[in-house]
Design a binder for this molecule. Structure first.
Ligand code: MN
Length: 386
């Protein structure tokens, strides 16, 4: 559990018996959070309440004594982070109206930017769980098949249009049996919490391969996830209503109540030259998760509507999060309008897509008067040459 620049080691808490009244020790001593996710919302809440009691000023003196020992509270700077869960299945949606509209304008100028199905269901694809990586993992520039403009035949080689996608993802809890969909109203029992996700994308590979079956090798080489899963319970003060949905969704997607979350998001870019000159990162995007058209409850209901099973620790990502304002776009293909308008950095360097040595950092946080600020940590990756 992240607390400022420290980590509370729940393994030690469990081993020392401080949580015995609320949870089996093994659930918090496993190498991943999958068993904890599987335990369900009652357990999640009981553990959260118990730990806040322990951390409260004047709390359990035995805990305060134990917390002073070296392994109980660890400096984040001295720790190595890991993926929070072993992810069995990974799905990526396409749920930002602004992003879907921008890409439609870029790829199908003159036509209706949205496909006719877009306002009727959360569009998504099944991604590659095996290449999810945690914050800080280098990203190798992928090679792939692509067809340069006006070329007769495709070529194979390193992608020249390497991009990011700023996203937020949710981890699932207990899951459902095959054949038993999760209704929208039950989503709170099935979603543990949120992470930041960078869905790295090779646009040239993607553009050539995607028809008719959708994203494949243009996205499966790496997807970066932040290491701290922020629970829906912790995010409760930041729950907000989403945008109006028109036309009204079909009944199985009808979500009443506030199902969006007010999460501030930024994308930072720092090139090798910026690092060598000791320049800080440049914020290239500032946006918010709250405007997503399709919400998580609808995404999970849709993903299981055919009876498909979700299991503990599956990851469902939102799709690229873009806003209306300039400077709020969640991918370089949008920021540079498909490479037409390069970004100029403080070093004078220009960027359309990513170069080797470029470091991209996603950050997320929630804050409002009267509520405790919540940080999501980072999802960072540096591009390394093949
Ligand atoms: Mn994506």
């Amino acid at each position: 559990m992240a607390i400022g620049d420290r980590i509370l080691n729940c393994d030690v808490l469990a081993e020392s018996g401080f949580l015995d009244d609320v949870v089996d020790r093994e659930l918090l001593q496993a190498p991943t959070l999958n068993p904890f996710f599987a335990a369900g919302r009652e357990t999640w809440r009981a553990v959260r309440t118990r730990i806040s009691q322990l951390l409260r000023e004047g709390g359990d003196p035995a805990f305060r004594e134990r917390a002073h020992e070296r392994d109980a509270i660890v400096r984040m700077a001295e720790a190595r982070v890991h993926l929070p869960a072993e992810v069995g299945d990974y799905v990526d949606f396409y749920s930002s109206l602004q992003h879907a509209t921008n890409l439609g304008k870029i790829f199908r100028p003159g036509g209706d930017p949205l496909m006719p199905n877009w306002r009727w269901m959360p569009i998504g694809y099944h991604g590659r769980a095996g290449t999810l990586v945690v914050d800080g993992t280098p990203v190798h520039r992928p090679s792939g098949q692509r067809r340069p403009p006006n070329a007769d035949a495709p070529k194979f080689g390193p992608s020249t249009r390497l991009d990011i996608e700023l996203e937020v993802g949710f981890f699932t809890g207990p899951g459902n049996a095959i054949g038993t969909p999760i209704p929208v109203a039950d989503a709170p029992e099935h979603i543990y919490g949120l992470v930041l996700v960078n869905d790295w994308s090779a646009r040239d590979v993607q553009a050539w391969e995607y028809q008719p079956l959708g994203p494949f090798l243009g996205k499966s080489f790496a997807t970066t996830v932040s290491p701290w899963v922020v629970s829906l319970d912790a995010l409760e003060p930041f729950r907000v209503a989403g945008p109006a949905q028109e036309p009204a969704p079909l009944p199985y997607l009808n979500a009443s109540g506030a199902w969006n979350y007010d999460v501030h998001l930024t994308v930072e870019l720092r090139t090798r030259q910026m690092r060598e000159k000791h320049l800080g990162a440049e914020v290239v995007t500032t946006t918010n998760f709250r405007e997503m058209y399709w919400n998580m409850a609808q995404q999970l209901a849709h993903a299981t509507a055919n009876g498909a099973a979700a299991r503990p620790g599956d990851l469902f990502a939102s799709g690229t999060i873009s806003g209306d304002a300039p400077g709020s776009l969640g991918s370089f293909i949008e920021m540079t309008w498909n490479g037409r308008d390069p970004i100029v950095l403080p070093t004078g360097e220009r960027r359309t897509f990513l170069e080797d040595g470029d470091e991209v950092t996603l950050r997320g946080w929630c804050e409002r008067p009267g509520a405790r600020r919540i940080g999501f940590g980072t999802a960072r990756g540096t591009i390394v040459a093949q």
